[in-house]
Design a protein around this ligand. Structure first.
Ligand SMILES: [Zn+2]
Length: 399
């Protein structure tokens, strides 16, 4: 008999059956039951662009000195210092904490972009292990870059994606090919990334036009824009995931969505980094929502989008469309065309009661019940993260 879970009926009378990890219309006879008579069943939250490696950052990461004045300085003094001191132990602790907290916040899938230049080979297995252990759906890649070790570093990043795509994926975790951003790679690496996508029949995940610095760099290299560079080098692979797009023009945005690609808006990150507002993304159905390394509470990110987007002429239905696009993006990477909670969709859902997360189901498995993580001891995960974070931050201060 199929592995079945019956959730409900909820306060609206809805019952959802998951069968072998998918939403099913088959009867629930014999299924394990998850009661929620005073809750509401919703689709699971999806974080369409994040960095699990920054999971320990909220635990007292040292402040940059001197205070950064622009986007590049934020990268150089904060994130590119953190990523260089990551090793297997600290990445594992980051991943377990980030994934556990995300599940408790009702997030059932993460689209991640990994960076750890001194621990590249095997890094995606560490992330996948945490997702399998705790029951999180994920799409993983390593963001290949040349910013520390040139072409050899980029080759190792792409090889890690390829290795993972060949041997690390499962019903719960998929892979794709990652590039950091146009401004930290050569033409040769962009061409190689496109070649890897073709060989592995997958898509690219890359930061695009996040800041004016990315645009200026592409112009200096003889291209009209970072998108023009990606198109010219054959890397506009259909279905690809482009994070940010803050500095895309209207025509460029059309080009990306017409190619069946996705854009991912990250409101809190864009505000924090002072890179601008992605005005040309407004109203497009293929714009998803990400947290770009902030904790994966998608309700919090949606509130930020309401707050910031309202000042930029966003309409309520455009804002609501972001989470729908995020869910479609992840379904596509798992080869599913059904809409969330419909027959054949991924078996991912959340039950909320009084606006609080009550139950979370991923791939038909109960991972949070009555607000408590079922797949791990969250207090032990938090305690371990604090211990490991202190060692990580000591190494960071010494850089
Ligand atoms: Zn990012």
């Amino acid at each position: 008999m199929a592995n079945q879970l019956s959730v409900g009926p909820d306060v609206t009378g809805t019952t959802i059956v998951c069968s072998d990890g998918r939403i099913s219309t088959d009867g629930s006879n014999g299924a394990v039951e998850l009661a929620c008579d005073d809750g509401t069943i919703e689709k699971g939250g999806v974080n369409a662009h994040t960095h699990i490696y920054s999971g320990l950052a909220p635990l007292g990461m040292p402040a940059p000195e001197p205070e950064p004045e622009n986007f590049l300085q934020i990268l150089e003094r904060v994130w590119w210092r953190l990523d260089r001191v990551l090793d297997e132990e600290s990445l594992r602790a980051s991943a377990r904490l980030y994934v556990a907290e995300a599940l408790c916040a009702g997030t059932t899938a993460l689209v991640d972009h990994q960076e750890s230049p001194n621990f590249i080979d095997g890094s995606l297995d560490v992330l996948a292990d945490a997702c399998h252990e705790l029951g999180m759906r994920a799409v993983l890649c390593y963001g290949a870059t040349e910013r520390n070790g040139g072409l050899e570093e980029a080759r190792r990043g792409l090889d890690e994606c390829g290795r993972f795509l060949r041997s690390g994926t499962s019903d719960l975790v998929r892979g794709c090919i990652g590039l950091h951003a146009s401004f930290t790679v050569s033409d040769e690496t962009i061409r190689a990334a496109a070649d890897y996508c073709g060989r592995h029949d997958t898509v690219l995940h890359v930061h695009l036009a996040e800041d004016g610095a990315d645009v200026q760099d592409a112009i200096r290299r003889g291209y009209e824009s970072p998108l023009d560079r990606i198109v010219s080098l054959g890397a506009l692979v259909p279905g690809s995931i482009f994070a940010h797009g803050v500095h895309l023009t209207g025509t460029q945005t059309e080009r990306v969505v017409d190619q069946g690609c996705w854009l991912v808006q990250n409101p809190r990150s864009n505000e924090g980094n002072r890179v601008g507002y992605p005005s040309e993304l407004k109203g497009h159905g293929r714009v998803a929502l990400g947290t770009d390394g902030y904790p994966a509470d998608m309700r919090e990110e949606e509130r930020a989008l309401w707050r910031i987007g309202g000042d930029h002429g966003e309409l309520p239905n455009w804002i609501q469309a972001r989470s729908a696009a995020s869910a479609m993006l992840v379904s596509e990477r798992f080869g599913i065309s059904a809409r969330p909670l419909r027959e054949g969709a991924l078996g991912d859902l959340v039950v909320r009661r009084d606006d609080e997360v009550q139950h979370v189901v991923v791939n038909g498995q109960v991972v949070v019940r009555d607000g408590v993580l079922q797949t791990g001891d969250i207090e032990a995960i938090r305690a371990e993260a604090q211990t490991v974070a202190e060692r990580l931050f000591t190494r960071m201060r010494a850089l």
